[in-house]
Write a protein that binds this ligand. Structure first.
Ligand code: CTP
Ligand code: MG
Length: 168
């Protein structure tokens, strides 16, 4: 896929779909703003869901600072809910930067299998199922929400084969 040199990359995918793995592989650590890191920053615990509102406030703030400085920024959060994506499209627009969505569409069973093996996650299956439903509902409307490019990577093979280049 060919991304604009300056854009706000919104990763979209349920827990365990491989967003953080993808971000590590394709982007520099400093380009990636993860909801986990911001929860840890504001609440000492990357899994503290009650800290989400403050964590995302802080994430949006930092994203805005980066975009204003002309720095490509990647948001590593599930972003399966429309309101989460709308906030990111708004931040991008405020700074005249193109919002781009990269969707990691991985079968629910696979995400659940991975989640169960993780020491750092204690989500139950219903959480994965709900996120997966939210994702399915989201897929068709992403361009209408304002994302200027929508890249849907379906399944582990397509995700593994993805490569990113940049256009001026
Ligand atoms: N993983 C895997 N094969 C892949 C991608 C990821 O086995 N192709 C594993 C990772 O090693 C990790 C787990 O699956 O143990 C979840 O991957 P991660 O990138 O952390 O998923 P996220 O989408 O970031 O999950 P979360 O939303 O919970 O942060
Ligand atoms: Mg992650």
């Amino acid at each position: 896929m060919k991304l604009p040199e300056l854009c706000l990359v919104t990763l979209v995918g349920v827990t365990g779909s491989g967003k953080s793995t993808f971000a590590r592989r394709h982007f520099a650590p400093s380009q990636v703003l993860s909801s986990d890191a911001f929860r840890a920053m504001v609440a000492d615990d990357e899994n503290d869901q009650s800290a989400s509102a403050d964590a995302f406030d802080a994430l949006h703030y930092v994203a805005g600072k980066r975009l204003r400085a002309g720095r490509l920024t990647v948001v590593d959060a599930t972003n399966v809910q429309r309101h989460a994506r709308e906030a990111l499209v708004a931040v991008a627009r405020e700074h005249d930067v193109l919002p781009v969505a990269i969707v990691l569409d991985v079968p629910e069973a696979e995400c659940w299998a991975r989640t169960q093996t993780r020491p750092d996650r204690d989500f139950g299956r219903p959480v994965v199922a709900r996120q997966h439903r939210d994702l399915r509902r989201s897929l068709r409307g992403l361009a209408r929400e304002g994302f200027r490019q929508v890249h849907v990577l379906s399944g582990t093979d397509e995700i593994a084969a993805a490569s990113i280049s940049y256009e001026p």
